[in-house]
Design a protein around this ligand. Structure first.
Ligand SMILES: *Cc1c(COP(=O)(O)O)cnc(C)c1O
Length: 237
């Protein structure tokens, strides 16, 4: 089913999301330049990728390997593609090879076995794959992501992988009517990052957190990447 919106409507949506980011940044003394807006194009057709690209957004997020494979016409590192594709959905180890072939970065590394599989296929492909570790910082039983207690072991494994570059952490806040739930989850992810960075002597600069419904909380907690779908493209079918 085609639920596409006009490019003009999309531009209006991006502008209002950018205004929300700018407002949140000014309230906490951050620069909007520190926060990248990812367009989450999952379930939408190729039009959504085209719009993001035409507007000049830097990256799109997809949550399924197969869907991205059908949608992506160029390949990682291709000249002229002009937009980065990132995997934000849970990944089975047996699809790791596909993920390496399709994405510039994988944000959903939540277990050692997956890190090792991605490392192997990145090595075979002759590239170093940037990754984020997905942490269940909100302790949400419904969400994927490594448990907080398992994060150090997962990082140790990922850092030992010669073909992976660990750039930071990612989380998804628990669904809640209470805005403080997301705020606590994001504060927790930042604290986990700060602790891991000291303990392992690495930078982990990227904090991928915040979606359509919790942008201000994410910005206040130090998010460097907001993953936004609904607020840009409308509802998913
Ligand atoms: C779908 C999805 C998003 C975007 O959610 P919206 O509420 O539509 O902005 C962000 N991150 C992940 C991991 C997702 O699966």
């Amino acid at each position: 089913m085609d639920n596409s919106i006009s490019y003009e409507a999309f531009v209006a949506n991006v502008r209002s999301v950018e205004a929300e980011i700018a407002r949140a940044c000014s309230q906490c003394g951050r620069s909007p330049a520190e926060v990248t807006l990812m367009a989450v194009t999952k379930t939408h057709g190729h039009w959504a990728v085209e719009y993001a690209q035409r507007y000049g957004l830097k990256c799109v997020g997809e949550n399924r390997v197969q869907e991205a494979e059908a949608k992506r016409v160029d390949r990682p590192g291709a000249q002229g593609g002009g937009i980065r594709w990132e995997l934000i959905g849970s990944l089975q180890s047996n699809k790791a090879r596909h993920a390496v072939a399709l994405f510039e970065r994988v944000q959903s590394v939540d277990r050692a076995k997956l890190a090792l599989a991605l490392d192997k296929y990145a090595g075979e492909a002759g590239r170093v794959l940037p990754v984020l570790l997905q942490i269940n910082a909100g302790r949400d039983p419904a969400k994927h992501g490594a448990e907080i207690e398992d994060a150090p072991q997962l990082l140790e494994t990922a850092l030992s992988c010669a073909n992976l570059k660990v750039e930071g952490l990612m989380t998804i806040a628990p669904l809640s009517d209470d805005p403080d739930v997301a705020a606590r989850c994001f504060d927790s992810l930042r604290t986990i990052r700060d602790d891991l960075a000291v303990r392992f002597g690495v930078a982990l600069p990227e904090l991928s957190m915040g979606m359509s419904g919790d942008i201000p909380q994410a910005v206040r907690a130090g998010s460097t990447m907001l993953r936004v779908g609904t607020a840009l493209f409308g509802g998913r079918v």
